[in-house]
Write a protein that binds this ligand. Structure first.
Ligand code: ATP
Ligand code: MG
Length: 422
């Protein structure tokens, strides 16, 4: 026997038992973003490599270590998208959607990062992202956070996530802060690991984001970014906090929250859960007013976030919020000459008569007992039974699988009865 081929490590199948929960999550997300008037945009999964290195930043985990980059047959360097913002901005510029306009967009789909696979961290994972262009905020920043808060409520996980918020100010403010931070870090070289040392001069803010507990410990005494913020950013942040307070959204200001991608300025935020262990960030975002210009467009303010759908699915499972609707309502059972054809015809009639009904025909024969067992297995609520007699006089036996009663109906009338039962 040939050796079976396996999927790539960290890239998962979504199996039929799992897809109903995924669909529920995806539909809830779509309904929430639509409720704010946002429109979907779909970008390619592959882009030229330098789009990501330019947008995300050369000295970031994603660009340094995590991208799936390859040469195509023309020798062009291409990359499987590790996130959606860069492609969304590229598409916006290329199609003239951004300059002097307002866009409120969302997308959903697979992203790729070559990371060490573990619970909540995969090599192909899925994000839903929301991006707004042409608005300076902080009103729209607050709306994005309110939108995510609404989503948590609709999913029933709002008690299990908390919001962390920070402002990382303007480019100039960060440049001033950078000098002070480097001076501080130079006095603690003995504690810094290799990654931190390397980043100290290229991208020192990323040191604040370290997961190394020894480095984290000394950072308590590091200069504070809030002392270097420009007045406009301070005002912007105060405005955002005020709007969130008015909306009744709780948050903590985490001065060390800088986010892993270089393009952010002013507002940054993360939604974090304790219920997933160390992969606790379910959603992250912020303002990136400089990115459109950096990618060759005209200066356009922008803000957005992305959430990891696998982590949300894991949360729904962990919190046992994963009982989704059955996928079959009606199971059609047949036995005898000519009954299969009649059963398929009846199923088609029902699909026309009852919007959204899920009808499954039994195929492959077998006695009634076997067929009823199958009806139970797929979770059907009613079984319709067609024998030769029923076909001959246009009737059908309806069996209520929960209650157990059964009754004969005219085929023309059975739809009404079913509609009342499901
Ligand atoms: P982390 O700190 O967990 O690595 P990140 O800062 O790299 O996250 P972002 O680039 O902000 O993550 O992506 C937004 C969201 O996408 C994350 O909050 C997370 O929910 C999800 N995400 C990121 N990387 C992965 C991955 N490898 N597998 C599954 N989900 C991921
Ligand atoms: Mg990461």
């Amino acid at each position: 026997m040939a050796k079976p081929i396996q999927a790539i490590r960290g890239m998962n199948d979504c199996l039929p038992t799992q897809s109903p929960l995924w669909q529920k999550l995806e539909n809830t997300v779509k309904n929430v973003v639509s409720a704010y008037g946002y429109n979907e945009v779909r970008m390619p999964i592959v882009e030229v490599t330098h789009l990501f290195s330019r947008a995300i930043g050369e000295v970031t985990d994603v660009v340094e270590k995590e991208m799936y980059t390859f040469e195509d047959r023309n020798g062009d360097s291409l990359t499987l998208r590790p996130e959606g913002t860069a492609g969304c901005v590229r598409a916006g510029i290329e199609n003239g959607l951004l300059y002097n306009q307002e866009q409120r967009l969302w997308y959903m789909g697979p992203m790729f990062r070559h990371e060490r696979p573990q619970k909540g961290r995969y090599r192909q994972f899925h994000q839903c992202g929301v991006e707004v262009f042409g608005l300076n905020g902080p009103d729209v920043d607050a709306e994005l956070i309110m939108m995510t808060a609404r989503l948590w409520r609709e999913l029933g996980i709002d008690k299990h996530v908390r919001l962390e918020l920070n402002s990382i100010g303007s480019l100039e403010a960060r440049a001033n802060y950078r000098t002070a931070l480097i001076e501080f870090l130079e006095q603690h070289m003995d504690v810094l690991d290799e990654d931190c040392k390397r980043r100290m001069h290229t991208n020192p803010l990323r040191v604040l984001d370290t997961k190394n507990p020894d480095v984290q410990a000394i950072l308590g005494d590091a200069p504070r970014l809030s002392n270097y913020l420009d007045d406009d950013s301070k005002q912007h942040f105060a405005g955002l906090c005020e709007l969130l307070d008015a909306a009744g959204i709780e948050y903590t200001v985490n001065e060390r929250l800088v986010r892993g991608l270089d393009y952010y300025n002013r507002t940054v935020f993360e939604w974090i859960t304790e219920s997933l262990g160390s992969q606790g960030t379910v959603c992250g975002g912020g303002r990136y007013d400089g990115l459109v210009e950096q990618l060759g467009g005209k200066a356009t303010p922008a803000v957005g976030f992305a959430m990891g759908l696998e982590r949300l699915v894991l949360m729904l499972e962990t919190l046992e919020l994963n009982d989704v609707r059955r996928s079959v309502d009606v199971y059609v059972v047949t036995a005898g000459e000519g009954t299969m054809m009649a059963g398929m015809k009846l199923a088609e009639q029902l699909r026309e008569a009852i919007p959204g009904v899920r009808v499954m025909n039994h195929f492959g024969g077998g006695n009634f007992k076997k067929q009823f067992k199958r009806a139970d297995k797929v979770g059907a609520v009613v079984a319709l039974v067609l024998g030769e007699n029923e076909v001959a006089d246009n009737t059908v036996v309806l069996k209520d699988l929960a209650g157990g009663e059964q009754e004969t109906y005219n085929q023309a009338e059975v739809a009404e009865k079913i509609a009342a039962l499901i």
